[in-house]
Design a protein around this ligand. Structure first.
Ligand SMILES: Cc1cc2nc3c(=O)[nH]c(=O)nc-3n(C[C@H](O)[C@H](O)[C@H](O)COP(=O)(O)O)c2cc1C
Length: 505
């Protein structure tokens, strides 16, 4: 069975193919969730859900979520493009680290912007030993993004991070917490150590994340990515409000594990199915591809909502819930609401470039746009949804014309070198480099540089030394054609219209 995302409202049973729900009469989770908005605008990296989208959703009374993935590079590039509108400088001026903010400005701000032919100055790639300044850049950038999303209103704002990209995460979270982030949402892995880290950092205490080392041998030392707030004395020494933590899970067993075995309290869940945009959880059991080379999900991937509900936390349903009236449907299934990405990704306030948005909307209108669940594209090894759009990395000629380079490195994995030291590698880097690091040619095939491709779709593409401008890559959920109904006869649509549509208005 290939799981899809159609909703089948029955008499007292709803069935969405990746969800099982028996319709128990008492659903504690809804009442537990009444304090939260019904709609979460999903975090979308890189900078698709940037501050202005999250702000619009938050001001409309829902939970707007900024993406914290690669936010350091995004903000540093905005500065090199002249900080149009002065937003970053305004946020920096409000930051509780005036000396660091000053240094940030000195290092990266170009008042007249950057000639398009000149490469952006790069930040050093993350390692286990990234230095004080490297972490300060991540902390300040996250502060800026959340501060801008929250400034001047009382709505709720969340931040989304990927568990699979662990090295920047504590610095990003600490910066976001100083800006008053309300919720942290994390998937793409098992974020067991984050709740405890939030508790500690709220008290300005040091925290650390254990880092997996590929090929580690018995007896090798454990590796940790530490973050010590004491190294960044801020002007606000009071304890920080501890944000709520919502893990994003694709299985009820994972929800149970997070509820019982995380190192601190969680406050809710997002239950995400395989039709959602971005990365998807791999299918369970033996990997299976259909005749078009896309992963096949089956019975073992079905989430039992009764098991999730029994944990007693509010939960939101994600993946294929971008249809008219979906909030009420999800609530009838015991959920507090829904998390939606795809419809928001292509609205006016999204961080995607105008060119990408317009081209996607034109193709949606024409009804000839497809989305592929690519098992190879992402260097993480997780399936990744790719919109098949001209002039993007989804096209074989664009892919083969691009010269491989690894200069951002967010998706590199730490691995054990023969000497026992820790090295870093990415299967989308130049093939020779990857093989020299113990990888195989087969592992590099079909891998796409999501770091550069997603920066490009967010409007900050690197111009490489040979003057080639990095091509974009675009992701979305399977249900992208639903945009047609939402558009009706408009040219484009706003976040508020997405919200009205989801509420059935
Ligand atoms: C453009 C795009 C980028 C996304 N990036 C992320 C991400 O960085 N982290 C994440 O947890 N989810 C990401 N997602 C998933 C969304 O947060 C959300 O859960 C999902 O889109 C919901 O399903 P839908 O696509 O059917 O609306 C992304 C989705 C889209 C469409």
């Amino acid at each position: 069975m290939r799981l899809g995302c159609r909703a089948y409202p029955g008499k007292d049973v709803f069935h969405i193919e990746y969800l099982r729900f028996r319709g128990d009469p008492v659903r504690d989770s809804v009442s537990a969730g009444t304090a939260w908005p019904a709609i979460i605008q999903g975090g979308m990296g890189v900078a698709v859900s940037h501050w202005s989208l999250a702000r619009a959703v938050s001001m409309a009374g829902q939970l707007g979520v900024v993406s914290g993935t690669g936010i350091d590079t995004v903000v540093v590039r905005r500065m090199q493009d002249g900080d149009i509108g002065g937003h970053v400088r305004k946020a920096l001026a409000a930051s509780p680290w005036p000396a660091l903010a000053h240094e940030f400005l000195n290092r990266y701000f170009l008042a007249d912007g950057r000639p398009a032919s000149k490469p952006y100055a790069r930040l050093p790639m993350w390692t286990l030993t990234s230095n004080h300044w490297r972490k300060a850049v991540a902390m300040l950038s996250a502060y800026v993004e959340v501060w801008l999303a929250k400034h001047g209103h009382r709505g709720l704002v969340g931040i989304n991070l990927l568990t699979k990209v662990p090295l920047p995460n504590l610095a990003v979270l600490y910066g976001a917490m100083h800006a008053g982030v309300d919720v942290v949402l994390m998937g793409a892995g098992i974020p067991r150590e984050i709740p405890g880290a939030l508790d500690r950092m709220a008290r300005h205490e040091a925290a650390a994340l254990k880092i997996d080392i590929a090929g580690a041998q018995r007896g090798d030392p454990e590796q940790w990515a530490p973050f010590d707030p004491a190294a960044y004395a801020s002007t606000s020494a009071q304890p920080l409000p501890r944000p709520a933590f919502f893990p994003i899970v694709a299985a009820h067993s994972l929800a149970t594990m997070m509820a019982k075995k995380a190192n601190g309290a969680i406050q809710g869940f997002v239950v995400e199915g395989p039709t959602a945009g971005g990365h998807n959880a791999p299918a369970r059991g033996q990997a299976h591809l259909d005749e078009t080379g896309q992963p096949v999900y089956g019975e073992r991937d079905v989430v039992d909502l009764d098991e999730v509900a029994a944990l007693g936390y509010p939960y939101w349903l994600a993946g294929g819930f971008g249809f008219r009236g979906s909030v009420a449907k999800a609530q009838a299934m015991g959920a507090a609401g829904i998390q939606v990405g795809t419809l928001f990704a292509f609205c006016d306030e999204s961080g995607l470039t105008e060119s990408v948005r317009h081209r996607v909307i034109a193709a949606v209108r024409a009804g000839n746009l497809s989305v592929r669940t690519d098992p190879l594209a992402s260097p993480t090894g997780f399936p990744f949804k790719v919109v098949e759009l001209a002039q993007t990395l989804s096209q074989s000629e664009v892919y083969s014309d691009r010269k491989r380079i690894c200069d951002l490195g967010y998706l590199r994995e730490a691995y054990r070198e023969e000497s026992g030291r820790v090295g870093y590698r990415c299967p989308a880097e130049p093939v020779g480099d990857y093989v020299a690091k113990g990888g195989t040619v087969a592992q590099t095939e079909g891998r796409k540089c999501l770091c550069n491709g997603l920066m490009a779709s967010a409007g900050v593409p690197q111009t490489q030394k040979d003057r080639a401008v990095e091509p974009p890559i675009v992701t979305s959920g399977d249900e992208i054609l639903r945009i047609r109904e939402l558009l009706a006869d408009r040219e484009s649509y706003r976040a508020q219209q997405v919200i009205d549509y989801l509420k059935g208005e």
